[in-house]
Design a protein around this ligand. Structure first.
Ligand SMILES: [Zn+2]
Length: 387
């Protein structure tokens, strides 16, 4: 009897130790804050809950950075971390916040759109919890998130997610995927309230252009492209042709399917006057047949299995020993975004936007992302936001 009790106590202690060893890193990751330096163009910051009160005080609420030009003009919203495991968009958004200076028009940036997902991970796939970008002032440590919001914030999941308001039946997990819950509703599940907040922001501010930054597998046909509905397709085509001719990288246009509901490139256009664009940059890290999911693979995109698949023509992008470095992906996102705004401005005098200070593709490839991320210790008082 005595020995049985001792065994139980010992096993309980082992279980508690395993729980702590596994749980503490996840707890720290969920609460890890990244400093964002407010660049010279940032004139105002607000919370998304200003447009969707149902997310106030929850981990779904997130920062909105507003960069207003001296002259009035058009309005653009850039969204990143809709999928928080596709970090090229997030890094591009950080570069915009820390460097962009609009001379005309207003640029609004939401760098961590799914804040809950950015504090979630995928242990079964061996995701790293953090990655680092080298800068002149030392490495900048960032959270690696997941595709979906954390079940700690929105749970339980249904068997089938019935999209609102189109009633299309989607996979159960998509109820926590902020690229299936557009246009959302004020009192829906938490992630529908997040997308509702962005819709309200765009409707109230009469936003002209929305750019949603993503990454997609090299084995997925919709990669290295701009996804655009009918109302955005002309500008998307002009932007795609211009970056190819002037900056030398491929970025084709994919039509937004009208029958597939819940996606930003579909619902933003259908439920507001805004023209949406979804940008996909290749992310070899997310492909299934790769080696271990290391931070090295996340940053350089080099993988021997993808290389042999490229030789068999199984990939939808060109791929060689140089992989797909993060600098290239972030540079593409910045150049394509600027080109979309320039093409929109040419066609819409009076709603035009002029934005200075943003590096383009060749700059980021040459100098690295770190050159454009600033030292929070040297920022003026009140010019750093923790997120
Ligand atoms: Zn995505």
């Amino acid at each position: 009897m005595k020995q049985e009790r001792l065994t139980k106590i010992l096993l309980s202690a082992v279980a508690a130790a395993l729980l702590a060893a596994g749980g503490i890193p996840l707890y720290r990751h969920r609460h890890f804050q990244v400093p964002i330096v407010l660049g010279p163009g940032v004139t105002r910051i607000e919370r998304l809950s200003a447009y969707s009160p149902g997310i106030a005080g929850t981990s779904a609420d997130t920062w909105v950075f507003v960069l207003e030009g001296k002259e009035p003009g058009g309005r653009a919203v850039v969204i990143a971390d809709t999928h928080a495991n596709e970090p090229a968009g997030y890094l591009a958004a950080m570069i915009l916040i820390e460097n962009a200076v609009p001379e005309k028009g207003t640029l609004t940036v939401i760098p961590v759109f799914n804040n809950s997902a950015s504090r979630n991970t995928r242990p079964g796939d061996g995701y790293p919890l953090y990655y680092e970008i080298p800068t002149e002032w030392g490495p900048k440590k960032l959270r690696m998130g997941n595709r979906d919001a954390s079940p700690l914030d929105q749970w339980p999941d249904p068997d089938v997610y019935i999209h609102y308001p189109e009633k299309q039946m989607l996979s159960w997990i998509d109820i926590r995927n902020t690229n299936r819950t557009w246009p959302g509703r004020v009192d829906g599940p938490l992630m529908e309230r997040v997308t509702f907040g962005a819709m309200e922001l765009m409707r109230r501010e009469k936003t002209d252009v929305a750019v949603d930054l993503h990454g997609a597998e090299t084995m997925f046909p919709v990669t290295n492209c701009i996804v655009a509905p009918e109302k955005s397709s002309k500008i998307a085509t002009l932007a795609s042709l211009t970056v190819k001719a002037v900056e030398g990288f491929d970025n084709h246009v994919e039509p937004s399917p009208a029958g597939f509901r819940g996606l930003s490139h579909r619902e933003i256009g259908d439920y507001s006057t805004t023209a949406p664009f979804l940008l996909e940059a290749p992310i070899p890290f997310l492909d299934q047949p790769t080696g271990p999911k290391t931070t090295k693979l996340l940053l350089d995109g080099k993988d021997p299995f993808l290389l042999s698949l490229a030789a068999k023509k199984k990939l939808f992008v060109s791929y060689d020993e140089s992989g797909w470095p993060m600098d290239k992906r972030v540079g593409q996102h910045l150049s394509v975004t600027l080109e979309i705004l320039r093409q929109f401005s040419k066609k819409n005098p009076g709603r035009d936007m002029v934005i200075r200070g943003v590096p383009r593709y060749a700059d980021v490839v040459k100098n690295g992302i770190g050159r454009y991320l600033h030292d929070p210790r040297k920022a003026g008082s009140g010019r750093v936001i923790e997120n």
